[in-house]
Ligand binder design. Structure first.
Ligand code: LFR
Length: 537
């Protein structure tokens, strides 16, 4: 028996992939086998444009709209004039990669039982009244949102926003992007906003909607009712009619259109199933935590480690305290009514952007070589606060790391190896901070840390994470998001059943997991506190 086959589309900030997931084995002993059938680069593109003369007009309430001239369509880098640029996603290239992948998946599986789509969060496409896409989606790293959050807080205080949405403040939250775009011709012509996975699902099926896990990253969703905060949108001058009906993971979005079926060579109906469409939500489903909670009766923490590192806990309900807000913890919604209580740590972006910088300068840029060299650098020589907003935009990363070291009174890294080691030590330090704060703020005890995603391959980082958190780390799988995507589809299709723990037990079977014990590279735990004190004296 080949088992039912599902296609998982998983789009990350640097690449997209289509993975066939088969559910194999008899009931009670089922497992999932993943096979990647297409991988394609996700390369953002900078495009010049004529800056709008004035953003005013359609702006929202006082200070939130573009009427003060500091925001709106003219806000990018404050440039103005003809040299304004925007950083875009190449969403049609991604859609082509999806179609190519679904064709390959069909060839491999014969018949697919479902398709599920997840991607990074917050970004969206706008449709006009004919359902046509209005321009390429803007990348969340585009600087158009600089200073927007602070302006919004003058209309709706940060504490009120948090009480309602439970969301951490990241400059690129959808709500801030929309306020930045207020008054633009494009937003004026828009009739529908679809988050990236929902946009691709719309192209496959013709059905519009907003899957709730990803909708929870917009800053426009009520974290308690899991529905749009339409009054909040109105207060900020955002047309709530743009927002489509919310749907939960596990529901059926629709069936693939006949023309698309023909294009991918699939015979027979093919349902598109809603999964945790925020990649982090699917990755958390894919965490191979077995047993009720963590190992010793406490909770498991997770680090979904890719371009970003999402560090936190799975909870039954949100934590909306002032202490939680001050610590910038987010309550993103998870599958099955759960809350993903976590913080965004800047992640492997800091490393990959350093390598990109070196490569462009003709310096050695082989990841494996650099990691091997970094392993020989003494631990905790230099640390930086990776969560500093200075590291968010694309560009020369090593210089920014050096500047941050100097600003905190440390000697900057003297070589590429020292820079890489600084990044890894600093990430581990940030994980320590986030795991501890998540536990403290939610009143939980953590006894194991699961690392999933591409970071699993970085053995030095995994070991440092165990050392820094003082907890065992269980690393794997790399493709946790695709695994969680397939598990939720399989349950929706009736191939699996049970709660998240049951799905995780299926997902964990047959995974090659690696365990790292704490105290191996840095034996004395207090050294991490000393390093922390250099950053936050
Ligand atoms: C990870 C992720 C994060 C989100 C960031 C931007 O891929 O989805 O969860 O904060 O990308 O969308």
């Amino acid at each position: 028996d080949d088992g039912a086959a599902f296609a998982a589309v998983d789009l990350g900030a640097s690449s997209g992939r289509v993975i066939v997931g088969r559910v194999l084995g008899p009931p009670g002993d089922q497992r999932v086998e993943l096979h990647e059938v297409n991988r394609f680069p996700n390369t953002p593109v900078v495009v010049g444009r004529r800056a709008a003369v004035s953003a005013g007009g359609a702006g929202g309430a006082d200070g939130a709209g573009g009427a003060d001239g500091a925001g709106g369509a003219d806000g990018v880098g404050g440039a103005g004039g003809a040299d304004a640029t925007t950083l875009h996603w190449d969403v049609l290239a991604l859609y082509r990669g999806v179609l190519d992948g679904l064709r390959a998946a069909t060839r491999e599986a014969g018949t697919l039982a479902g398709v599920g789509i997840d991607s990074w969060a917050v970004d969206y496409g706008l449709l006009d009244a004919d359902g046509a896409l209005l321009g390429n989606p803007v990348h969340y790293r585009d600087p158009r949102t600089a200073g927007v959050a602070e302006r919004v807080f003058r209309t709706v205080p940060a504490a009120d926003l948090y009480a309602r949405t439970g969301l951490q403040v990241l400059p690129f939250n959808t709500v801030f992007q929309l306020v930045a775009a207020t008054g633009s011709a494009q937003l004026g012509a828009a009739r529908r906003l679809l988050l990236v996975p929902d946009l691709l699902a719309y192209w496959l099926t013709g059905e519009e909607g907003a899957e709730v896990t990803n909708a929870s990253t917009t800053g426009l969703l009520d974290v308690t009712t899991r529905t749009w905060a339409t009054d909040l949108a109105a207060t900020l001058g955002i047309d709530a009619a743009l927002l489509p009906t919310v749907r939960e993971a596990g529901s059926t979005i629709g069936t693939v259109r006949p023309d698309v079926l023909a294009a991918i060579g699939h015979h027979g109906p093919l349902p598109v199933l809603a999964v945790g469409s925020h990649d982090t939500a699917s990755a958390v489903v894919g965490v191979p935590a077995v047993g009720e909670r963590g190992e010793g009766g406490g909770d498991f923490a997770y680090i979904s480690c890719g371009t970003w590192s999402l560090v936190g806990l799975e909870l039954d309900g949100p934590v909306l305290t002032e202490a939680s807000r001050a610590a910038n913890f987010t309550n993103e919604l998870g599958v099955d009514g759960t809350v993903r209580y976590l913080r965004n740590v800047m992640g492997l972006w800091v490393l990959s952007e350093s390598i990109r910088t070196w490569d462009a300068a003709g310096l050695p840029a082989d990841l494996a070589d650099l990691l091997a060299a970094a392993a020989r650098v003494p631990a905790l020589t230099t640390v930086v606060d990776v969560d500093d907003a200075a590291f968010l935009p694309p560009g020369d990363m090593p210089s920014r790391i050096a500047a941050a070291a100097v600003a905190s009174g440390q000697t900057p890294p003297q070589s590429q190896a020292e820079t890489v080691r600084c990044v890894l030590d600093s990430l581990a330090l940030a994980y320590r901070r986030a795991v501890r704060e998540a536990a403290r703020l939610s009143g939980r005890t953590v006894d194991v840390v699961h690392v999933v995603g591409g970071g699993v391959r970085n053995e030095l980082l995994c070991q440092l994470t165990a050392d820094a958190t003082g907890l065992p780390v269980v690393a794997g799988p790399v493709e946790a998001a695709a695994l969680g995507n397939v598990l939720v589809q399989a349950r929706a299709a009736g191939v699996l059943d049970g709660d998240l723990a049951a799905l995780r037990a299926v997902g964990a079977r047959g995974q090659h997991l690696r365990r790292y014990e704490p105290g191996v590279l840095v034996r004395d735990e207090s050294r991490w506190d000393a390093a922390e004190a250099r950053l936050h004296p």
